[in-house]
Design a protein around this ligand. Structure first.
Ligand code: PM9
Length: 460
């Protein structure tokens, strides 16, 4: 058949102006922000690829839902719409609503982890590991080795290495391992999927050993897309069917609804076991809000219920979303700039270690490259390397992750192909002038989740 281009399955009804500051203004802004793009004002940013979290454009149907939200303190109609949407699309019968993903991680960690426990996971995520450690647990990475190699084109870099998991269970015993935390489309690995076959194997093994499987299903939709594209037997299944099957191999999930679910705020913990859900709700009322709203308003829950149904209503939605990421990735890749391969689901991850080999890792190459990109074009990305990895709580030493990346995360339904062209041009220009970029040092280092508020200055 003749090959045709694809296009987004929507048209634009409202726009928000953006502007680019002059180079002098951008240079001033990055100094004021301590070379940390989290500390820039959004008015000073031209194209904002800091995160795909809470930055999506909602549909007219979601916006209409905001007007229909039921703001009752207890038993809101919008809560029940959300319960039904989560049950229908993800398949979990018990819903514990939270203000966002980390609220769900906090509750889950508190009900399941005892001090001294071990929590295996397919690569760490910043807030997830924080809550596991805060509850007294120790996170252990059991992801396949390929995930730590930016250039490896292994199609399922989110897979759990069963040998690593088995060795951990043999070493500590399943009594000390309350659950495995399985992230879908692993963020820190570059938006890389886990295969259905691997997830099924993890689930069967863990169940035989009395270990819960808890998904971080924040980007499970994008994972479902890669399974449809890459895993034999799934090419004719719908995204909706694949997503449902992913969740069937788990006992529950934490979700930051600010990603796949197409809302600006919200999240949930979803469970199968009513007894576990009861324990979660007991904590929820202390830390988040009543069990029928968690941290969300009625209108937030209404928009979220609609977003969950909308994301699976047609396969074209996720195909266009990941298609835009691939469009940007291909432009950058074709110019020879090293990026994480294969191109992931929610953004392009520049391999700062390869791009800036003259900057040692403890002079923060990815942080420096992120700042340089902003100065070059007003494009805001995020460091995903040694700064994000933080320090070992026992030794106080930096974690030295193999991946030292700059993430360019693409908000859903927000930017056009022309914006992607501008981003790619700037990345390629920087690559051609990479020798002019130098390392950074801390002027302020927060103890917890340091990457959010740390400040830096150039060395020398
Ligand atoms: N992710 C992101 O930009 C926002 C904060 S950066 C620390 O990628 C996963 C896989 C996430 C995630 C947030 C959360 C936390 C959990 N799991 O931000 O609390 O990517 O809604 O979710 C961010 P909340």
């Amino acid at each position: 058949m003749e090959r045709r281009s694809w296009a987004e399955p929507y048209k634009i009804k409202m726009v928000e102006p953006i502007k680019m500051l002059s180079r002098e203004e951008r240079e001033r802004a990055i100094v004021e922000a301590g070379y940390n793009t989290f500390l820039l004002r959004s008015d000073d940013v031209y194209i904002d690829l800091l995160t795909d979290s809470g930055t999506s454009a909602m549909s007219d149907y979601q916006w209409a839902g905001l007007m229909l939200g039921d703001e009752a303190y207890a038993g809101s109609r919008s809560f029940y719409h959300l319960v039904d949407a989560v049950k229908d699309v993800y398949g979990y019968p018990e819903l514990v609503p939270t203000h966002q993903g980390r609220g769900a991680e906090h509750i889950l960690s508190q009900i399941l982890i005892k001090p001294g426990d071990i929590v295996p996971g397919n690569m760490y995520f910043t807030t997830t590991r924080f809550h596991q450690e805060y509850a007294g647990g120790t996170f252990v990475d059991v992801i396949v080795d390929e995930a730590h190699e930016p250039a490896s084109r292994f199609p399922f870099k989110g897979n759990v290495d069963m040998a690593k998991l088995r060795a951990l269970v043999d070493e500590y015993g399943s009594e000390r391992i309350p659950y495995i935390s399985v992230e879908t489309n692993v963020n820190m690995a570059g938006g890389q999927p886990i295969s259905m076959a691997n997830l099924r194997e993890v689930y069967e093994y863990c169940h035989a050993n009395d270990i819960y499987v808890m998904l971080d299903a924040t980007r499970a939709l994008e994972n479902a897309y890669f399974i449809q594209r890459r895993e034999p037997g799934y090419e004719d299944k719908t995204i909706r069917e694949i997503l449902f099957e992913i969740c069937s191999y788990s006992d529950g999930a934490t979700v930051s609804s600010k990603k796949d679910n197409l809302v600006n705020i919200g999240g949930f913990l979803a469970l199968r076991d009513p007894e576990l859900a009861k324990r979660a709700r007991a904590l929820l009322v202390a830390f988040e809000g009543l069990h029928t709203y968690g941290g969300m308003s009625g209108r937030d829950m209404e928009a979220l219920a609609r977003g969950i149904r909308e994301m699976v209503a047609t396969d074209d939605h996720v195909a266009a979303r990941v298609g835009q990421v691939e469009y940007l990735g291909n432009l950058i890749d074709k110019a020879g700039v090293p990026i994480v391969q294969p191109i992931g689901g929610h953004g392009i991850f520049l391999d700062a270690k390869s791009i800036l080999p003259h900057i040692p890792q403890d002079e923060f190459p990815a942080q420096a490259l992120t700042a340089a990109l902003y100065v070059d074009s007003g494009v805001r990305g995020m460091e995903r390397g040694i700064v994000s990895a933080g320090r070992d709580p026992e030794t106080g030493e930096h974690h030295y992750p193999k991946l030292e990346l700059v993430r360019l995360a693409i908000p859903r339904r927000v930017y056009t192909q022309a914006h992607m062209d501008v981003v790619a041009e700037s990345v390629v220009h920087l690559y051609e002038h990479k020798d002019e970029i130098g390392g950074l040092e801390f002027t302020y280092e927060p103890e917890e989740l340091r990457f959010f508020q740390a400040r830096f200055k150039p060395i020398g």
